[in-house]
Design a protein around this ligand. Structure first.
Ligand SMILES: Nc1ncnc2c1ncn2[C@@H]1O[C@H](COP(=O)(O)OP(=O)(O)OP(=O)(O)O)[C@@H](O)[C@H]1O
Ligand SMILES: [Mg+2]
Length: 433
């Protein structure tokens, strides 16, 4: 693109943009005056607009998902409790089961929205992508079916990255399903990894990119490819070219959110009929790989006899948590506000072992509350719950080790398991940074 000026007969100047460079330029009426090549500027402008649009949509999606998750917690929890009191032969049982299925599909949707909005709370680990991907190949093969060949090209001596492994699962599953859908009949999907460094020059023409060392994860297919229109809207939530009921348009929005949350970049190369390649770059992790630290075993959730204090300003959720925790055998105390919780703890003569608290509440946030209560009852353990990233307890959505968090909506089993996990921890410094 070239920015030019035309000077008309009256000597007035007008700007025009030409796609090819003008041959003559001179400052005379009626003659083109060539100013400069603006190809890169235009490209950056478009990238910036796209980035701003995505950011705004992310905020909207995150807000909706947050409120929706609170309600889903109540719906899912109450159905679970109701199901326990209905015989499976009762016609009501099937109806409740249907509601439960619909609720859990809704929970999947909000989870994807949160991922897109980068409001998903995650627990990143240092890992080698080759290992994580190798472990998924079987599942991926099943996902794409027998007619499509899955090729795996791991880079030897791949640099480590720091990311929540479940996010790699989400990214790969979404990209592979898209690739499968783009292939009619027989075809090939290739998953590759690599080490790569970006220099200043490269980043000058790619708005989002920051110079440095990255680990590449690429997924290519030889499917139908995409036209320009599709490429322009690819990462927008709810953008889909698939028929109703086939795609929600959240797959790539999720992938985008995950990549951004991990300070990575994503590139797409695609032409109609030429197949598609998605390239994802995640920052190289510099420190020594820590190995598998502190893997907590995932046994079925046993209850307990300890005393648990639940603090939550949403009555329906407070009520639900109380019933779940009580049913597991614990002694339960409840408070609707942080103030009430502090008074209760000051007056309570017996032990309190675990605090389960909402993160965002009027008066005081969950973290402040946990600190206050721990100063009254040293050794009090804490489990935070929230509808989205607990900004107060997490740094940019990432939890420090030793901080326990459960994402709403949760099932009874999730809450039971998490409560037990926290109670079983030997350390008492649950509010570490
Ligand atoms: N590998 C690909 N080849 C061709 N087109 C693709 C590919 N990946 C994505 N697309 C296009 O991008 C659109 C958006 O993809 P996205 O994964 O976000 O949503 P979806 O697959 O339509 O629905 P969902 O993933 O929520 O089930 C797709 O509908 C499709 O048009
Ligand atoms: Mg998809």
């Amino acid at each position: 693109m070239y920015l030019c000026r035309i000077i008309d007969k009256k000597g007035k100047e007008r700007s025009v943009q030409l796609t090819t460079a003008p041959i003559m330029w001179e400052k005379k009426p009626g003659i083109l005056c060539f100013l400069r090549d603006v190809t890169d500027e235009k490209k950056l402008e478009a990238q910036l607009m796209q980035a701003q649009k995505t950011e705004a949509m992310g905020r909207l999606a995150g807000g909706v998902a947050h409120d929706f998750n609170n309600m889903l917690t109540v719906i899912i929890g109450n159905i679970e409790m109701a199901l326990m009191n209905v015989a499976s032969s009762d016609p009501l049982y099937n109806q409740l089961q249907n509601v439960a299925n619909a609720a859990s599909r809704s929970a999947d949707l909000t989870r994807q929205l949160l991922a897109f909005a980068r409001k998903q709370t995650i627990a990143p680990k240092v890992l080698n992508l080759n290992d994580t991907i190798s472990g998924m190949l079987k599942m991926l093969r099943r996902l794409i079916g027998e007619d499509i060949d899955l090729a795996w090209r791991p880079w030897v001596e791949l640099w480590p990255v720091k990311i929540d492994p479940s996010q790699i699962d989400q990214v790969l599953a979404n990209l592979c399903v898209n690739a499968r859908d783009a292939i009619a009949g027989v075809g090939k999907v290739t998953v590759e990894t690599g080490n790569i460094a970006f220099d200043e020059d490269y980043c000058a023409t790619h708005l989002d990119f920051i110079p440095g060392e990255y680990v590449l994860l690429a997924v290519s297919d030889d499917g139908c490819g995409m036209d320009e229109e599709t490429r322009a809207h690819l990462f927008e939530p709810f953008f889909t070219t698939k028929s109703v009921g086939k795609g929600t348009g959240l797959g790539l929005a999720t992938v985008f959110g995950i990549v951004k949350q991990n300070d990575g970049f994503i590139n797409v190369y695609s032409e109609p009929g030429q197949g598609t390649t998605f390239k994802i770059y995640l920052p190289r992790h510099k420190a020594e790989p820590a190995g598998a630290l502190m893997e907590t075993s995932a046994e079925t959730p046993p209850g307990g006899r300890e005393t648990v204090l639940i603090v939550e300003d949403e009555m329906a959720i407070l009520d639900l948590c109380k019933r779940i925790i009580e049913q597991l055998g614990y002694t339960v105390l409840t408070a609707k506000t942080p103030g009430e919780a502090i008074r209760l703890v000051e007056e309570h003569t017996g032990d309190i072992h675990l605090l389960i608290t909402d993160v965002v509440m009027p008066e005081m946030n969950g973290r402040e509350l946990a600190e206050r209560l721990a100063s009254i009852k040293p050794g009090l353990k804490c489990l935070y719950m929230s509808g989205y990233t607990a900004n107060v307890i997490a740094h940019r959505g990432m939890l420090a080790e030793g901080v326990y968090f459960i994402q709403k909506p949760f099932s009874m089993k999730d809450l039971a398991a998490k409560a037990r996990e926290v109670l079983n921890q030997k350390t008492t410094d649950n509010n570490r940074e």
